[in-house]
Design a protein around this ligand. Structure first.
Ligand code: SAM
Length: 237
């Protein structure tokens, strides 16, 4: 066996995300254009010189730790949601968090870089990251080599095939309006796009059922009627 010297990877940053809980997070980045957050660089990696030139790129790769999967452990085979939760594939044929080393990769949109009194932040959007996710590396996305237009996507369907219809009660619509006015966050669009991706487990797709989902600092209660979702109410966490 080839021996490697022990090497510890420690986080260089932490994610502040619109998704405080796992339920509802899109299955890949780029699916929910209104999702957003901040990547806070941690000392000693929060020096401005370390991100010099990065603002020239529209997108970045974030390499991160699936920290909320570590306690659950990794699995050699998994049932990806794309296959209706029925068929098993190998962990290395999946994008599951439950993998050896628990490392994830996401291409996200870089919307700004801000130096503030409390630290150095990358503003990011179109994310699939849980709040407090530890980040281990950042790289610019390079379209000519990182995108392969002729590539086969295997069993993972393109996003437009999973969009659902989302409607709001009068009270929920009113809450969104007030919240947006108060915070500047586009809550209604975030709900529409997040539910549009159908966050339900495959086994519940044919049930009429009520769900709760946390976004930013609010809790959203919604009901599924087949492929149509009704947002019932929204309230503070
Ligand atoms: N784009 C990444 C990749 O391919 O490595 C992540 C794909 S993974 C299928 C996306 C899911 O991981 C999200 O829907 C969410 O449920 C989960 N997730 C996101 N951040 C996480 C974290 N820090 N710990 C555990 N699970 C996380």
């Amino acid at each position: 066996m080839i021996e490697f010297p022990p090497y510890v990877i420690s986080p260089i940053g932490i994610i502040h995300s619109c998704y405080p809980e796992k339920f509802g997070i899109p299955r890949q980045p780029g699916l929910v254009t209104s999702s957003s957050g901040r990547l806070e660089l941690l000392p000693p990696w929060n020096r401005e010189e370390m991100v010099k030139g990065l603002d020239a790129f529209s997108h970045i790769w974030i390499q991160f730790l699936f920290h909320e999967a570590v306690a659950e452990g990794w699995r050699p085979t998994l049932r990806p949601p794309w296959l209706g939760g029925q068929k098993r594939v190998g962990v290395f044929a999946s994008r599951s968090p439950h993998r050896p080393n628990f490392l994830g990769i996401s291409v996200v949109r870089l919307t700004g870089i801000r130096k503030e009194k409390k630290g150095l932040f990358l503003e990011i959007a179109e994310i699939d990251l849980l709040d407090k996710t530890p980040v281990v590396d950042i790289k610019p996305y390079v379209p000519y080599s990182d995108s392969v237009p002729t590539a086969s996507g295997g069993f993972i369907p393109p996003p437009e095939s999973v969009t659902r219809e989302v409607v709001f009660t009068k009270a929920a619509a009113q809450y969104c309006g007030d919240y947006e006015h108060r915070t500047g966050r586009r809550l209604r669009l975030l709900i529409v796009e997040t539910l549009g991706q159908d966050p339900r487990p495959a086994s519940q797709r044919h049930q009429v059922r009520e769900y709760g989902m946390a976004l930013w600092d609010v809790n959203v209660r919604w009901q599924a009627h087949g492929e149509r979702f009704l947002v019932l109410s929204i309230g503070e966490e």
